[in-house]
Design a protein around this ligand. Structure first.
Ligand SMILES: Nc1ncnc2c1ncn2[C@@H]1O[C@H](COP(=O)(O)OP(=O)(O)OP(=O)(O)O)[C@@H](O)[C@H]1O
Length: 213
């Protein structure tokens, strides 16, 4: 089966060699974690995969097609460390946004948004605005939004950094259900509560990618 995301021979240099001959494949159904020391290149790799940056050499393919620009939201969602929520929209409108961009009915999008927020324990906050909730609550909204449009690939950067133990459990279950419906997810994380439940674990060391056994 064609991987949903594949990377071959990718290198990227800024003032030093940040990524060296990186290769990886993500298949539908996989939750894969990416660990590495601060500065090891995790965010740089996610930026290349998302099409926000281009490799000096090598290729990134989505569903077998080479990418040079960010793919549409329906194909790939990115959950950045900074969340990227829209302060003018309520929490449920933020979560519904990718579905509305996809042309779906408003009522259906808001209903799914409410369900996702409830699964993450903040259903009762859905009419609030991002500035009216805590950092951990905003992080949950960003996670709900990232899976809402059922993208083929989700790239997430430290998605549990502000969550307590019980909430991480809700987040991991949501991600496992998300990939179980046929998507793939790559998560850069330092969180052992997340890596422990991933299907595979990748590690960046000095710009090279290894798979933990
Ligand atoms: N756009 C850029 N221009 C110059 N240098 C960059 C750029 N992006 C990343 N780097 C450098 O590449 C290296 C890897 O950075 P990156 O942000 O990918 O690390 P990281 O593993 O995500 O770290 P952290 O866990 O602290 O977020 C760092 O030395 C960083 O300074």
């Amino acid at each position: 089966m064609t991987p949903v995301l594949s990377v071959s021979g990718v290198s990227r240099r800024f003032s030093t060699d940040v990524l060296k001959d990186v290769g990886l494949e993500l298949s539908a159904g996989e939750l894969v974690t990416l660990v590495g020391r601060s500065g090891s290149g995790k965010s740089a790799l996610l930026a290349l995969l998302a099409g926000f940056d281009q490799p000096d050499v090598g290729e990134v393919q989505i569903a077998g097609v080479p990418t040079e620009t960010p793919p549409p939201w329906s194909t790939m969602a990115v959950l950045p460390q900074s969340f990227g929520l829209l302060d003018e929209l309520t929490l449920e409108e933020n979560v519904a946004a990718p579905m509305l961009f996809g042309g779906g009915p408003v009522a259906d999008a808001l209903a799914r948004a409410g369900q996702l927020l409830a699964r993450l324990g903040i259903g009762e906050l859905k009419r609030r605005y991002p500035t009216e909730v805590s950092t951990g609550q905003r992080q949950r909204v960003a996670l709900a939004r990232a899976v809402a449009g059922r993208p083929k690939v989700l790239l997430a950067d430290e998605p549990t950094a502000h969550l307590d133990h019980a909430t991480v459990d809700l987040a991991v279950r949501l991600l496992l259900d998300f990939v179980g419906e046929g998507s793939a997810c790559l998560v850069a994380t330092h969180d052992p509560r997340l890596t422990a439940r991933a299907h595979r674990r990748l590690r960046l060391v000095d710009g090279q990618l290894f798979e933990d056994q």
